[in-house]
Design a protein around this ligand. Structure first.
Ligand code: TRP
Length: 458
């Protein structure tokens, strides 16, 4: 233990900006560029996007503030942070279960996240070698189909990505990462803007914009609402302790409200830009459909790159950046587990990283097989899902575990903690009341209502 109780034994960010960049690195990932477009496509566009934006603003930002606040007060892994905060507030130790559930959710998410990031890695090489460039839009679709139906290839790429993740985690989240994120994140933004520029010239830009922003409420099924809410948690990295963990490295005297708003805005902007880049391309080619599922960006973006000047270069760079975005997210999925192993099992960081990485890698094999041998269709609240175990893991974590975790965090921060403590930690004046109202009533009630509704209870 360090002498200073105000610093985590795992270290501290060097500045407020280091925290913002790292948390934005965690938030911006496959969720924005890969998942947001394909679920928006599956659930029919505009109305789904509206619910998602509403959830980010009304549920996401207040819960992000709560997570950062709890993390900075507890200064440990989420499990131990919740245990010690519960004790300090005179509450039952059972609140540490928030941390346990978060560790489990993080494992399960990373297990499939790594497989998808592996697709990104594969595409770096396919784009760089010009395979994509030579193919037409039907050929590009086939290239994707061949990749995902080959478990050996997927396993190899999944393994590569897990190794990348564990190397950073083993070295400690701060080293190297802070610097990498500082220049790669802006680069990602520039490339997205270039893609949007390309989309504007497809002749189908307005169709894309309309699909994204014109709500058709008849498409808003229960499944769409649950998925939109779950995605608000997923995309902001909330509900499992990742942001709590990052908050535990936050220096005192940093405004939690301001940083949370900056992170959420940046994350939302990247998702909307990805949507604006992808849908006009989808509408330009008859063989593509918005509801194509998890392969959507892998079947659309290569077409854009094949048709733009310098496309081979930009395409390669873009997939590199997707992998980097996934990389800075994946480490935050496993960091709470690693920190706990260090704190409670006396492991070194390297050992903790190796063991947790190995366990995640093993579970990931189920996702590897979900696109071939283990693929099966099932009906999820009226939408047919095609990728068996992968879809189940995704629905279980993003749509159930994260919202429930977030709801419990909100209840703890709003009801279990003395207002004096939360007020002091958040250092807000007038807007404290607003936060308190959202965290006590709005966020938990909305999550609760949506989940009960899904189970047909109300
Ligand atoms: N937010 C990341 C993305 O959008 C994924 C992610 C990283 C995450 N850490 C998380 C999701 C913690 C939920 C919880 O790609």
């Amino acid at each position: 233990m360090t002498e200073d109780k105000n610093i985590s034994i795992h270290g501290q960010w060097s500045s407020r900006w280091a925290f913002i960049l790292a948390a934005t690195g965690s938030a911006v990932g496959l969720g924005n560029i890969w998942k947001f477009p394909y679920i928006t496509g599956e659930y029919g566009g505009g109305a789904f996007v509206l619910v998602y934006l509403f959830c980010v603003a009304i549920i996401g930002i207040p819960i992000m503030m709560a997570e950062v606040m709890l993390g900075r007060r507890g200064r440990q892994s989420p499990i131990n942070t919740m245990r010690s905060l519960a004790k300090a507030e005179g509450r039952h130790g059972i609140w540490s279960w928030i941390g346990w559930m978060g560790v489990l959710a993080g494992f399960l998410i990373l297990s499939y996240y790594s497989v998808i990031a592996g697709w990104g890695l594969a595409y770096v090489f396919r784009t760089a070698t010009g395979v994509m460039h030579a193919a037409d839009s039907a050929g590009i679709k086939d290239i994707f189909g061949e990749l995902v139906s080959d478990p050996e290839k997927l396993l190899a790429w999944h393994t590569c990505f897990m190794v990348l993740t564990m190397v950073v985690v083993a070295r400690g989240v701060k080293h190297g990462l802070e610097k990498a994120v500082r220049f790669l994140m802006p680069l990602l933004l520039i490339l997205l803007l270039i893609l949007v520029g390309y989309a504007m010239n497809t002749g189908h830009f307005s169709e894309g914009v309309e699909f994204l922003f014109k709500p058709d409420f008849s498409k808003l099924t229960g499944g769409a609402i649950l998925t939109a809410m779950g995605h608000a948690f997923f995309t902001l990295s909330l509900g499992m302790g990742a942001i709590m963990m990052y908050g535990s490295y936050l220096p005192e005297n940093t405004s939690i409200a301001k940083t949370s708003i900056i992170i959420s805005l940046a994350d939302t902007m990247v998702a909307l830009l990805a949507g604006l880049a992808i849908f006009p391309i989808v509408f330009s080619f008859p063989e593509l459909a918005p509801g194509a599922g998890p392969g959507l960006i892998f079947q659309t973006l290569p077409i854009a790159f094949a048709n733009m000047p310098g496309g081979q270069f930009f395409g390669t760079l873009f997939f590199v950046l997707i992998v980097v975005a996934a990389w800075t997210s994946s480490i935050s999925l496993i960091e709470p587990a690693v920190a706990w192993l260090i704190e409670n099992r006396g492991m070194t960081r390297v050992r903790a990283a190796v063991w947790s990485g190995l366990a995640t890698w093993l579970v990931g094999i189920a996702t590897v097989l979900s696109f071939s041998h283990w693929a099966f269709d099932f009906n999820f609240l009226g939408t047919v899902k095609h990728n068996g175990v992968f879809d189940i893991l995704d629905i279980l974590t993003a749509n159930i575990m994260l919202p429930v975790g977030g709801m419990l965090i909100a209840i703890f921060a709003g009801w279990m903690m003395k207002p004096k403590h939360s007020k002091e930690e958040l250092a807000l004046n007038r807007s404290y009341k607003l936060w308190q109202f959202l965290i006590k009533y709005v966020a938990p009630v909305l999550v609760f209502v949506v989940i009960l509704n899904i189970f047909g209870i109300i």
